[in-house]
Design a protein around this ligand. Structure first.
Ligand SMILES: Nc1ncnc2c1ncn2[C@@H]1O[C@H](COP(=O)(O)OP(=O)(O)OP(=O)(O)O)[C@@H](O)[C@H]1O
Length: 770
């Protein structure tokens, strides 16, 4: 049978239509496996494809022995109910996912192999989701993808003008996030068309697009395929619009029910609409015992369809259940048909072999290039632009570290002041509420004289009796009680005068009795120290005014100038190195851990991957961006710590800067691991937060690791912050040089961790990609 009439609705040219019809309705070819050469000649050739999600034990089969052939220079409409596996199939075709078994040939090569150009610029992909950077303008979006595809800026600008006009897009300076849903879809479509690819893969491009524009999109697709060197695969839920495709693949339950031209399908099944054909075929498939659930075809679109468990079909010699003269005849590309007579029966290829084989390596100029300047420029600019346009991120990057440093320096390490002390002084009478004494060599009211040295951190409150004072401490109104008995001054004078002949009672009565609230270690120890220092100062002062050697009032141990640090060390100086590194490390973790996930969830990462960007390039662009951010953060943190708040630095500032930046990079790499490992942003946040406290507690930031149990100390030494903190502390407080093991080990450990995290990230990304 030879059908020569053309459909009135078909936008195809007469010549092409008649060629298709002739091919379609020639007597059937004998079914046989297509040869490797034949597979290469198709734009896309899928054979015996099996794909499942989930574990091997409980797999969710999505593709079951699917065969598909898309000839070059045609529009292939892939139709099927929601959830039947169209997107999965497309993502395997563009090299985003791998099949569990079976093979795919795209433009003569296998997707994902070197030189195939897929993923890469030979393919234009419009995913189902918008997958655009909301904070970019339309022009910036086009520039980004254009550069990734290796286009010149001038070329992109020209193409942009055409696409703006063709797709009826608003001003190129409009932000993508401010566009309507339909406009965003059109921008997404424009991105796929940007570089005029050989193979255009469009996943529901006409959703949310008005009928007029939908028609003009289809016209455009017909136009670009008419020359024979461009191919389009399109999925749509509007079945009837697929009449305009050259070939339709009706997909159901993970396999193709039919692969034919629309006209042929309508004629074969005597239907007036493709919906009816689909229904008939679905019923037929159901009748054949495939586990088919209700199919809803209404209003020209395919409704939701719940898929049931399927069995993987055994390999068949290309699918006998598929309607159409597929694989050997109708879908052979023009080239195949032309050279068909020259192909040996065994499939070996004489004449056109060279062209076909070289097809795979069309891109071989790029095979040995690790990356291109355009891609790196696009990726880095994208990272900066996203940061710059996002006020929250900018505040996070530059204001948060400064705030953290200021808060740390103001809130941590300073001595507590105005601590209430309850004084019960039965030794001296208060005059006008004051405890008066004579500051010359007088031996009267020595209790008042002593108390005059205990004022630095305390606020003294006089109590009439001991029980009232102790009650005040119990009730939290004071931190301690100091009790002077009524004979304190006399007993003290006697003790000093009698020395070793003083009796027990005299010695006892000359003691100041102290009860402290030691529930707060910092405050308790500080009051303890102040009370003792006050006595030393009081005794030395008294001895001095009475012309004795004041040293006799001190304990006979002389603390000379410390070798490192000063006599009154600050807790801030101890904690500051760890805090500097923790701030920079965890800000980097927070910034990077969600960045990749957000891109992945919005489909942006997929889109970039399909455009030919490799995980390595994405990581590299983030490393460069983060490095710049890190330099800024390090400068701010160190300026505030050292210059504004006077944290001690006795070492070489260059090493301090280097180590801080390296720790930031290390945090960034840890962030990469998190974002590669976690599917959801929520999980990434949990992991980043969850790792914060253990790292902080175990890295010797707030307490010396010498205080830990031995096993924990070894664990601590293995963490990324421990040796680095120790190194920075040695530089800042001791001024040690780089050659000191304590110092260089911090650098070495940081480098090792960076390498470990990067390797982990790349491994996870590769595993996930497969
Ligand atoms: N990443 C994934 N992990 C697990 N299951 C998945 C994943 N992606 C898709 N699936 C499942 O695979 C099946 C096919 O999904 P797919 O997105 O390929 O269908 P589709 O035909 O494109 O649907 P639609 O027309 O609604 O976009 C669905 O059951 C879906 O739930």
């Amino acid at each position: 049978m030879l059908i020569t009439e053309t459909s009135p609705s078909s936008p195809m040219g007469d010549e092409k239509e008649s060629k298709m019809s002739q091919i379609q309705f020639s007597p059937p070819f004998e079914k046989q496996e297509s040869t490797a050469w034949q597979k290469r000649q198709q734009a896309v050739c899928v054979r015996h494809a099996f794909k499942h999600y989930g574990s091997k034990k409980r797999p969710n089969h999505v593709l079951s022995n699917l065969n598909m052939t898309v000839s070059k220079g045609t529009i292939y409409g892939l139709l099927g109910a929601s959830g039947c596996g169209k997107t999965t199939l497309l993502s395997c075709i563009v090299g985003r996912r791998s099949l569990n078994s079976g093979e795919i040939w795209v433009l003569g090569g296998k997707p994902g192999t070197k030189g195939s150009g897929v993923p890469g610029k030979r393919v234009g992909y419009m995913p189902q989701e918008i997958a655009l950077y909301g904070e970019f303008t339309i022009k910036e979006t086009m520039m980004y993808f254009g550069w990734i595809f290796g286009m010149e800026t001038r070329e992109i600008a020209e193409r942009l003008r055409f696409l703006l006009d063709f797709l009826d897009l608003p001003s190129e300076n409009r932000m993508v996030k401010n566009l309507s849903g339909g406009q965003q879809r059109r921008v997404s479509f424009a991105v796929a068309l940007m570089h005029d690819p050989e193979l255009l893969i469009l996943d529901e491009p006409t959703v949310g697009v008005d009928p007029l524009l939908r028609q003009s999109i289809w016209m455009h697709l017909v136009r670009i395929t008419s020359s024979g060197d461009k191919t389009v695969i399109i999925t749509t839920h509007y079945i009837e619009e697929a009449r305009q495709a050259h070939c339709i693949g009706l997909m159901r339950s993970g396999k193709l029910l039919a692969e034919e031209s629309p006209q042929a399908l309508l004629t074969m099944y005597s239907c007036i609409s493709l919906e009816d054909v689909f229904l008939k075929l679905s019923r037929k498939q159901a009748g054949q015992g495939n586990n088919v659930v209700e199919l809803n075809v209404s209003g020209g679109s395919l409704g939701l369809n719940k898929m049931s468990k399927r069995e993987e079909a055994p390999y068949a010699a290309e699918d006998e259940h598929v309607v159409g003269l597929n694989f050997q005849a109708i879908n052979q590309s023009k080239e195949v048909l032309i050279v068909e007579n020259g192909v040996g029966s065994n499939g070996d290829l004489p004449g056109k072999m060279t062209e076909a084989v070289t097809n795979e390596c069309k891109d071989c100029g790029d095979c040995f290039n690790l990356t291109s300047r355009g891609k790196i420029k696009a990726l880095i600019q994208k990272n900066f632009l996203r940061m710059w346009r996002n006020i929250g991120v900018m505040l996070f990057i530059f204001v948060l570290p400064v705030m953290q440093v200021i808060l740390f320096c103001l809130a941590i390490g300073r001595d507590p002041t105005a601590l209430k002390l309850a004084i019960v002084n039965e030794d001296a009478r208060l005059i006008d509420g004051e405890c008066r004494f004579n500051s010359s060599c007088s031996m009267k009211n020595l209790s008042c004289r002593y108390l005059s040295f205990l004022t630095e951190h305390t606020h003294q409150i006089q109590y009439a009796n001991l029980s009232a004072a102790q009650r005040a401490v119990r009730e939290g109104d004071a931190w301690g009680v100091l009790y002077f008995n009524e004979n304190y001054t006399d007993s003290l004078v006697a003790r000093l005068a009698l020395a070793d002949t003083a009796d027990e009672e005299t010695v006892h009565l000359s003691d100041i009795q102290v009860w402290l609230d030691m529930s707060n270690q910092q405050i308790g120890l500080m009051l303890n120290r102040d009370i003792q220092y006050a006595y030393r100062d009081f005794a030395q002062d008294l001895l001095e005014v009475c012309k004795y050697n004041p040293k006799l009032g001190d304990i006979p141990i002389e603390f000379l100038d410390p070798i490192y640090g000063n006599k009154d060390p600050s807790f801030t100086d101890f904690v500051a190195p760890g805090v500097i590194l923790t701030i920079v490390f965890f800000l980097a973790v927070a910034l990077t851990s969600s960045a990749l996930i957000v891109e992945r969830m919005e489909g942006l990462l997929d889109r970039s991957w399909v455009a030919g960007v490799s995980p390595g390039e994405i990581l590299f662009s983030h490393v460069v961006t983060q490095f710049v951010v890190m330099c800024g953060q390090t400068a701010l943190v160190l300026i505030f710590m050292i210059l504004v708040f006077g944290v001690e630095n006795n070492g070489n500032i260059v090493y301090v800067i280097m180590l801080t930046i390296m720790q930031g990079l290390c945090g960034m790499c840890f962030g990469f691991v998190i974002s590669a490992a976690c599917e959801l942003e929520r999980n990434a946040i949990q992991l980043a937060l969850g790792s914060f406290y253990p790292t902080l507690l175990l890295s010797g930031v707030i307490w010396p690791i010498e205080g830990m149990p031995l096993v924990l100390r070894y664990v601590s030494l293995c963490l990324p912050l421990t040796l680095a903190t120790n190194s920075l502390r040695s530089i800042l407080t001791r001024g040690w040089p780089f050659t000191d093991p304590d110092v260089y080990m911090g650098f070495v450990a940081t480098l090792v961790w960076i390498a470990v995290f990067l390797t982990l990230t790349l491994t996870i990304l590769k595993v996930k990609k497969n």
